[in-house]
Structure formats: C-alpha cells, structure tokens
Ligand binder design. Structure first.
Ligand SMILES: Nc1ncnc2c1ncn2[C@@H]1O[C@H](COP(=O)(O)OP(=O)(O)OP(=O)(O)O)[C@@H](O)[C@H]1O
Ligand SMILES: O=P(O)(O)O[C@@H]1[C@H](O)[C@H](O)[C@@H](OP(=O)(O)O)[C@H](OP(=O)(O)O)[C@H]1O
Length: 314
C-alpha cells in the first residue's frame, strides 16, 4: 500500500471489511474482489464506470473509496487540488472553510502489484447511511474549462445545451422506495431529458420515497447548499468547471419513524433525533486559479436552490 500526499494525511477511516461486505451484499452487488481486496463501489451513481481503461470507483477494505487518477492533465490536476487544499488549510482560512465541503482526502493509493497505477483515496460520503439515497448534480453554466478545445466545448455543450440557462445537470440518482424496499435509479440521460418546464419535477423525484415527499430533507439539503454558496461568495481564488455536488440522505428514515423515536425519548433524554443529510463537492479535474468570483458556479448553486425552494412551496 502506497500512501502519499503533499499535505496532511487524515486519520484512517474506521470501518471493518465485514461492514463493507454487508453493505455491498445488502445492495445486491455481486461481491467481486479486485486489487488488494478492493471491490467495485456499490453506490456509484455517475462518472467513469468500469471499462477497458477504467476501473470505476472502488471501495477499499477500510471503507474509504478509490478514484482512479484520470489521464493527464485531469487526474494530476484533481490530485493537486486535494493536496493543495490539505497543505494550505493551515494557513489560509478560505481554504480551511472549503475543506468541510469536501470528502476527506487520505492521499494516493496504489495496488501492490501495480504501484504506478494511482488512485485518490477518499472518504465515502455514503458511509453512515443504511439505505443511502444519492444524487450527483453537475454545477455551473459551462461544463468545459477555459483551455478546452473547440471540439471538447462543442461535445460538452451538445450533451446539455440548457446547462447555461439552468446552471446544473442531474448526472445520476438512486432513491430508496419505502413502499417496495427497492431503489429507483436514473442515469445522466434522465437529467439531459429535463427542460425548463420539467426540471423541478425531475429534481423532486430524488426526494420522493414512494409514499411521501421528504420536505424536511429538502430543507436540510437547502441549508447545506447555502453554506457552500456562502463559501463561493467569500472567495475569488478558484474556479470550478464540470464539478459536482453529491447529495445523500437516509432512505430508511421516515417521518413516522422520527415521530415514534421522538415520543420514546421525550421525557427521558429530551433529545431530538436529527435526520442526517450530506452535501459534498466532488470531481475536481477542472479546478483553476482565478482572481474573481466563480460566477458560473454561483449561478448554478442559486438556480438549484431556487428549484428546491419552489418544490417546497408547492
Ligand atoms: N467521496 C465519495 N463518496 C461517495 N461516492 C462518491 C465519492 N466520490 C465519487 N463518488 C461516486 O462516484 C461517482 C463518480 O465520481 P466523480 O464524479 O468524481 O468521477 P468522474 O469519473 O470524474 O466523473 P465524470 O465522468 O462526471 O467526470 C459519483 O457520481 C458518486 O456516485
Ligand atoms: O457525460 P458523459 O457522456 O459520460 O461524458 C463524460 C462527461 O462529460 C465528463 O464530464 C467528461 O469528463 P471531463 O469533464 O473531465 O472532461 C468525460 O470526458 P472523457 O470521456 O474524456 O473522460 C465524458 O466522457
């Protein structure tokens, strides 16, 4: 195992192989051991999948996830981003504030038998959930960076011409249905099919468990996205292109369950069990230094917040 980083190495995540295996089995994936006991990550909803040149996202036996470094310049750029964030967090308050919105970074990892094949070792954002509902949303008005060729620009624009107007694109989601104890999944083609008139109902699907619309969950997610927006409004040193937000909430948690747990704790501890949600920024292959606010990303966050607020108002 090779662990290197330009900055601080986070404490190792404490999850047993048993827990990882149980979770993989529970979610119906066939356990398939790969490099050094790593298995395909069963909660991947978008991004590069296993193919001739990709392994897809893997899960390490310690519970962290492994994202294969993409070919240069993207992979080294993403690695540089994470190492810089960890190296500069001690001296730069803006970067320290950014850190809380990212998965923890544990350095790079390489298989014993192939030490030059590098992976980013990251916190699994879905880890604390038993039936995680997960959505990957690409944020911004442009999903290509300032150095993209005309062909790349054209290719990216043609995938979702509405990106400039809507400011975000649903790349994939998985939603737990309490009624059938199963998951509904949507891939990026679902996201691309959504227009100005349907984006709200498309987004709403992520919060519907087959029985109820998870209104409280939407409010909690809005708060987290607002915190990220505050960070973007406070900084003018980085621009993010083709980067995503990963949204996660507990599918097994229902308002009824919450009600029952409140009734049983009231009068004893008096503590309210609070529902858990996660919103983390991911995918940093196109992050660049800058000297002005990231208007494209800010536009995307505001548009996503507006749409979530409209769902709540209905
Ligand atoms: N830290 C994480 N915790 C949990 N899941 C993650 C994490 N990072 C990535 N994922 C999962 O892996 C998927 C792909 O991640 P990511 O977007 O970083 O990959 P990518 O191959 O660079 O994507 P793209 O092709 O869009 O550039 C995400 O949609 C998510 O499901
Ligand atoms: O959405 P799709 O159809 O899966 O297409 C991918 C998506 O546009 C990614 O954003 C892009 O990575 P970058 O943003 O890093 O360029 C990737 O490029 P790639 O195929 O060259 O890796 C595309 O394949």
């Amino acid at each position: 195992l090779v662990m290197t980083t330009g900055g601080r190495i986070m404490n190792s995540p404490l999850v047993t192989l048993d827990e990882v295996e149980k979770k993989n089995c529970k979610n119906g994936s066939i356990k398939q051991e790969l490099l050094d006991g790593c298995v395909p990550f069963s909660h991947q909803v978008a991004g590069h999948k296993k193919g001739t040149n990709n392994t897809g996202v893997l899960q390490h036996p310690d519970g962290s996830i492994l994202k294969q470094l993409q070919p240069p310049p993207r992979g080294p750029r993403e690695r540089h981003f994470y190492t810089q964030v960890y190296a500069r967090a001690c001296t730069d308050k803006t970067i320290l504030d950014l850190q809380q919105h990212l998965p923890n970074y544990y350095g790079t990892w390489a298989p014993r038998e192939s030490p030059h094949e590098l992976y980013l070792k990251l916190e699994d954002v879905t880890r604390r959930f038993s039936q995680p509902c997960i959505m990957d949303v690409k944020i911004g008005r442009r999903s290509y960076d300032p150095f993209a060729s005309k062909e790349k620009q054209h290719e990216q624009i043609s995938k979702y011409p509405l990106m400039e107007e809507i400011g975000f694109l649903l790349l994939g989601m998985r939603v737990y249905q309490v009624t059938s104890d199963s998951y509904i999944s949507h891939d990026q083609f679902f996201g691309r099919s959504l227009g100005k008139d349907t984006i709200k109902s498309g987004l709403m699907q992520f919060f519907h468990n087959g029985q109820d619309l998870r209104r409280r969950t939407i409010s909690l997610i809005i708060e987290k996205i607002q915190n990220i927006l505050h960070w973007f409004l406070s900084q003018s040193q980085l621009h993010f292109y083709a980067s995503s937000l990963l949204l996660v909430y507990e599918g097994a948690y229902t308002p009824d369950h919450h009600e029952r747990s409140l009734n049983s704790t009231c009068g004893s501890t008096g503590e309210m069990e609070e529902e858990a949600v996660e919103v983390k920024m991911i995918d940093f292959a196109h992050v660049f230094p800058s000297d002005c606010a990231d208007e494209g990303y800010i536009y995307g966050l505001r548009s996503l917040l507006d749409t979530l607020e409209q769902i709540l108002m209905d």
